[in-house]
Design a binder for this molecule. Structure first.
Ligand code: ZN
Ligand code: ZN
Length: 367
């Protein structure tokens, strides 16, 4: 996606200028991956992309990282390698003489923030994140293709759940098998595996543990990874191992309607708050509102969680090209819980789902 990266750097430069920022300073993390494709490790040695509102973009890297950086960044980008004994903050500051306002990467280490402040005492420091999120939030066709591929890859993992999920195994054992499948089905890395069984399903971000799965358990399986193109997947399905309680089935049926209502509400110009309300109202009307304890969704791209956030009361309208999750759930402490999560993209006409596994409760054989 090299042409995409050149476009992104151009748009970042323009957006910085419009925000009154003379230069963005981007260190390893999601913003650097988004702007250049370079997946650099955050280290004590400084790697810093300089995006001035006027003038050429350049990347300052430690000499020993130079070959890796050159292999990753868009062709034509200036790469300056700093020798081991130089002070890289001075190397960057020398390129930024006279700047009055710099936008620092949201993920920049505090130690580097303070060194930049000392090296450029006249430059006001602000965050680069708000400038970049306006670009990142609307995906290009190539980005949506990548998210579609990620969605298909994680669908293939959920399709195989019956191979691993059964009574008598621990959550951790099942999670290990799922992690291997996330890679086998087309991701370059596993980002998270939540296997939350029985009463643990009432904890939305349960850490898969040593609990042995029992017949009749509800099991929330929320999994995701990153594909080679750098884009993330994130999909939740709730399974039952053998027949669950009637109370659980009834609540699950409400959840399924709530999730569908929110997906159907998505379209250009609809506010995030209205999408959230579509799910929340359906659960509240059935007496389950108090058990829906999180927002309805989050944006996804080069990070699993990014803007936009689908929150109660948000007046932000969604726009074509935005990609985010729709993932209502209910969590009854000590008893059970469930969540259904799909990634959707806003289109000119409405909405496209990027996950396609069945949303009805999947009852798996006990053994
Ligand atoms: Zn998830
Ligand atoms: Zn999610």
């Amino acid at each position: 996606m090299t042409q995409d990266h050149h476009d992104r750097l151009d748009r970042a430069r323009t957006a910085a200028g419009e925000a009154g920022i003379d230069a963005l300073l981007i260190t390893p993390g999601a913003a650097l991956r988004y702007l250049t494709g370079y997946d650099a490790l955050p280290l004590e040695r400084l790697t810093c992309l300089i995006v001035p509102s006027h003038g050429p973009v350049s990347l300052v890297v430690p000499a020993l990282e130079e070959p890796a950086a050159r292999a990753s960044v868009p062709e034509g980008l200036t790469v300056t390698a700093w020798p081991e004994t130089d002070d890289p903050v001075d190397v960057v500051a020398a390129q930024l003489r006279g700047v009055r306002r710099v936008g620092l990467d949201d993920e920049m280490w505090a130690e580097k923030v303070l060194r930049f402040r000392a090296a450029m005492p006249a430059a006001e420091q602000t965050l680069a994140g708000p400038v970049l999120s306006r670009l990142r939030v609307r995906k290009s066709g190539a980005e949506i293709d990548a998210l579609r591929a990620a969605g298909a890859a994680i669908d293939r993992v959920h399709a195989r759940m019956g191979e691993w999920l059964r009574a008598g195994r621990t959550e951790a054992e099942v999670a290990r098998d799922i992690a291997a499948a996330i890679v086998a089905e087309g991701h370059r890395q596993v980002d998270f595996v939540i296997v939350a069984s029985g009463p643990n399903s009432a904890s939305p971000h349960h850490d898969s543990g040593e609990r042995v799965i029992e017949a009749g358990d509800a099991v929330v399986v929320d999994i995701g990874g990153t594909i080679e193109a750098g884009y993330c997947s994130d999909e939740t399905r709730t399974y039952a191992v053998g027949e669950p309680s009637a109370e659980f089935r009834d609540a699950y049926a409400v959840l399924q309607r709530a999730q569908q209502a929110a997906v159907r509400r998505v379209g250009p110009g609809v506010t995030s708050g209205a999408i959230d309300a579509a799910a929340r109202d359906a659960l509240t009307d059935a007496g389950l509102g108090e058990y829906f304890i999180h927002r309805t969704g989050h944006g996804i791209g080069v990070e699993t969680h990014e803007e936009p956030y689908i929150m109660p009361g948000s007046a932000e309208p969604v726009e074509p090209g935005m990609a985010f999750s729709i993932e209502p759930g209910f969590y009854v402490p000590g008893r059970h819980g469930a969540r259904i999560e799909d990634i959707v993209v806003v289109t000119e006409a409405g909405v496209e789902l990027l996950n396609h596994r069945p949303r009805e409760l999947q009852v798996l054989p006990v053994r």
